[in-house]
Write a protein of this length. Structure first.
Ligand SMILES: Nc1nc2c(ncn2[C@@H]2O[C@H](COP(=O)(O)OP(=O)(O)OP(=O)(O)O)[C@@H](O)[C@H]2O)c(=O)[nH]1
Ligand SMILES: [Mg+2]
Length: 568
């Protein structure tokens, strides 16, 4: 276990002990999350870049299949176990346990599974835990497997290892797109150069300098490539150490933990101030909170009713406009792929462009929409601000609530569900409805995923049809370029225009519900404290004194726990 993981776990246990039997709300799901969270690091790159070879070098065993044709079809997570075995995970989460050597033949059954978990008796894997490396299918794998792997790991990866062969000579368009996509998910990467033994040292230097230039221009000067030596296992180990897993882990949780500590203190202070009130005042406080809840309920209906016209239509337009620009920006690249010999390359590039473009549009739209929904609800609640003065809360009551709700929408420690069942049974129902199977998650990032993933599943179905219509009809460049702009692009947009709205609407409704629930939860927390103290106000004077002293002691202990574990 990582030091930060231990630290956070002991903090949470301490807090749970302190708050045992008290009236203050505290999220108990954080402890299991801290204990179980792994740091997933996918290794991505073009097919045959040497991803599986590199991971074999790290593991110290030739266990992952290696070859010149696209080899890895299913993403394979690597974990330590004294007893080696393979788990094949189905889209519905069901697992099939297999011997490790089934790896060499599992590709033939790749459509049955979403991904693999490989458990190996390897010291290297043991020592990097809870880092989990993932051998990803190359960019040349089938349309379905390619998208399946990327969609699943993009929101899960805390960092990516990117591998490019020195033979490529530069960072390809499709790689640049993936790196760009990582930005949407706020995820960083380490860039490695493989097969350096195929070139003379000065050639390696030239290519590396060129690539570092590209990295600098697109992603900032701090990004530098690392040239791999013989087999590369050592450089990979060093790169993983440089990641500072402790710091990575800490970043996932620290803000949430600090915020929660702050929230508990606010509840204790509320209780303390209520103890000083007389009966009439505490009854007024309870009444005001009740009124705020009633007010909130009414508003939820209002906001819901104009949600559709206000937001989802515009979002669809912006998605399609952004996509149009992205497709046209890549026109030359797509023309080259379309007139080349690999028909899979064109559909993979198209689905990548669609995913990247929709992902970034949808993320920023969802961010804007959620902020404006929160502000709107908070604005309407602010009418009750003056009555809430009785709660003695520092600052503005409704603003405080909206800050908390916004904060929870930006958090990414949400556990993501397994892949949906859609992929396995999509042939019998590919018309709408598919999005229903996605669990409704709440954060902006999760909403982005739950909108983009089902869209991409639909793309996987219609894209081959659209492309098929155009193959075989002459393959000169100019003709193909015209087909792309005149027919392929418009067809893609038409398909999406028909299919996106239902998915957007459903997710926006889930978002609104989350926001409403968030406000309700905050108000209910306060109400619970107020009600509990109101009952205790019937107590005699001396007992109130004791209770106050106890609460002050508790507040000190809660602060001390934060200082000991979170603010070191
Ligand atoms: N010369 C040289 N060849 C390498 C090196 N690493 C891998 N190869 C060869 O490159 C080919 C592809 O290697 P893989 O490890 O299967 O590549 P991959 O990135 O996992 O490919 P996919 O799974 O198809 O995406 C194999 O023939 C390897 O033997 C290297 O460092 N130097
Ligand atoms: Mg491979």
């Amino acid at each position: 276990m990582l030091d930060s993981q231990k630290e956070f776990a002991s903090y949470l246990k301490k807090m749970q002990t302190l708050l045992e039997g008290q009236e203050f709300a505290f999220d108990k799901t954080l402890l299991p999350k801290v204990m179980e969270t792994e740091l997933v690091v996918p290794v991505i790159g073009a097919f045959s870049a040497g991803k599986s070879s590199l991971l074999n070098a790290l593991i110290g065993q030739e266990v992952l299949p290696v070859g010149i044709a696209p080899e890895t079809e299913l993403a394979t997570e690597l974990r330590y176990s004294s007893e080696p075995y393979l788990l094949a995970i189905k889209p519905d989460g069901a697992q099939e346990r297999l011997p490790v050597d089934a790896l060499s033949s599992i590709n033939r059954r790749s459509s049955e599974f979403s991904h693999l978990r490989l458990y190996l008796d390897s010291d290297a894997l043991k020592s990097i835990a809870p880092l989990v490396l993932v051998d990803m299918p190359g960019f040349g794998s089938s349309l379905e497997n390619h998208n399946k792997a990327i969609a699943y790991y993009l929101p899960r990866g805390v960092h990516f290892v990117v591998l490019t062969s020195i033979e490529d000579g530069n960072i390809t368009q499709s790689m640049l797109r993936k790196l760009d996509e990582l930005k949407t998910y706020n995820t960083d990467f380490t860039f490695l150069l493989s097969k350096c033994n195929l070139r003379a040292a000065d050639q390696v230097e030239d290519v590396q300098a060129y690539i570092d230039d590209q990295l600098g221009v697109y992603f900032g000067e701090q990004h530098r490539s690392i040239a791999l030596g013989n087999r590369g296992g050592e450089e990979l180990t060093r790169a993983l150490t440089a990641l500072q897993p402790d710091a990575l882990f800490s970043r996932l949780f620290i803000d949430v933990l600090k915020d929660q500590n702050f929230d508990v203190l606010a509840q204790i202070n509320l209780a303390l101030s209520m103890l000083k009130k007389d009966k009439a005042e505490s009854e007024q406080a309870a009444r005001s909170l009740d009124q705020a809840l009633a007010n909130l309920l009414e508003q939820r209906r209002d906001v819901e009713s104009d949600l559709k016209e206000r937001y989802s239509g515009k979002m669809l337009d912006r998605c399609l406009r952004g996509l149009d620009a992205a497709l046209n920006d890549s026109l030359e690249e797509l023309t080259t792929l379309g007139t080349g010999r690999n028909p899979g390359a064109l559909s993979n590039a198209l689905s990548d462009i669609i995913r990247t473009s929709l992902g970034s549009t949808i993320k920023s739209e969802v961010q804007d929409i959620s902020t404006s929904m929160v502000d709107r609800i908070a604005g309407n609640l602010s009418a009750t601000n003056s009555q809430m003065a009785v709660l003695d809360i520092n600052g503005n009551w409704s603003e405080e609530l909206s800050h908390k709700v916004k904060f929870s929408l930006e958090r990414t420690t949400e556990m993501l569900s397994d892949w949906s069942q859609r992929l396995s049974n999509r042939s019998d129902d590919d018309k709408g409805g598919g999005a229903m199977l996605y669990r409704s998650l709440s954060t902006v990032l999760a909403v982005t995923t739950t909108v983009v993933n089902p869209i991409i599943e639909l793309v996987i179905i219609f894209l081959p049809e659209i492309i098929k219509m155009f193959s075989g009809g002459g393959n000169e460049r100019e003709k193909f370029r015209q087909k792309l702009t005149g027919e392929v692009f418009p067809n893609i947009k038409a398909e999406l225009r028909g299919k996106i709205p239902a998915i957007i609407d459903e997710q926006l409704n889930a978002m609104l519900k989350k926001i409403g629930d968030g406000f309700e939860e905050q108000i209910n927390k306060q109400k619970h404290v107020v009600d509990t103290i109101a009952q205790e106000n019937q107590l005699r004077e001396t007992e109130i004194g004791e209770k106050s002293a106890a609460l002050e002691g508790l507040a000190q202990a809660v602060k001390a726990a934060a200082n000991d574990h979170l603010y070191k």
